[in-house]
Write a protein that binds this ligand. Structure first.
Ligand SMILES: Nc1nc2c(ncn2[C@@H]2O[C@H](COP(=O)(O)OP(=O)(O)O)[C@@H](O)[C@H]2O)c(=O)[nH]1
Ligand SMILES: [Mg+2]
Length: 165
């Protein structure tokens, strides 16, 4: 029987959450290459081993979907906060993390400082100083970063999930 481990992707609209799902998941047929704000949620799975799949759930970043966030967070083993790496976006992400502090208590949280390819991007270390959670740089539109992104999530989960060899 397959076990699903839920990982929620959180963050403002346009941060790159859907792109990250597309980069990392097994079936990407329902995700489009052109930008479309996610209505409610996007979802994709990563096969971890014979018995375990990671279910990546994106929480639509648009403000009018925010009412669903607390519900979508529930049951997540890990939350990946995706942010653009310009200072304004990072500060906005910081506010989001503060606002959902209570819901995120006891959940493993990491941040992805996405769009590192854009000029003026803050380094992951500086983003980490502002967000207060372990932060990793990423260029989600670059297929070569697939393994890097995959490792971030799988390694983060390994402590909690018994992964069969
Ligand atoms: N330059 C650049 N653009 C990116 C990157 N990741 C995502 N994008 C673009 O940013 C836009 C928003 O991405 P999307 O994944 O839909 O954001 P979401 O609203 O967080 O789901 C799209 O046009 C993506 O192609 C990146 O690493 N670098
Ligand atoms: Mg999206």
């Amino acid at each position: 029987m397959t076990r699903y481990v839920k990982v929620a992707l959180m963050g403002s609209g346009y941060a790159g959450k859907s792109t990250l799902i597309k980069l990392l998941t097994d079936d990407t047929s329902n995700l489009d290459a052109n930008y479309k704000p996610t209505c409610g949620m996007d979802c994709g799975t990563i096969t971890l081993d014979k018995f375990t799949k990671i279910s990546l759930v994106e929480m639509g970043g648009q403000i009018h979907f925010e009412f669903m966030w607390a519900d979508l967070l529930r049951g997540s083993k890990m939350v990946v906060v995706v942010t653009e790496s310009n200072p304004k976006a990072v500060l906005k992400t910081r506010q989001i993390l503060q606002k959902y502090k209570k819901e995120l208590e006891g959940v493993q949280v990491i941040a992805i400082a996405n769009k590192q390819d854009l000029p003026g991007s803050m380094k992951p270390r500086s983003v980490e100083d502002l967000l207060g959670v372990p932060t990793y740089g990423m260029v989600a539109i670059d297929p070569k970063q697939q393994l890097h992104g995959y490792k971030l999530i799988v390694n983060g989960l390994r402590d909690m999930v018994q992964v069969a060899a």
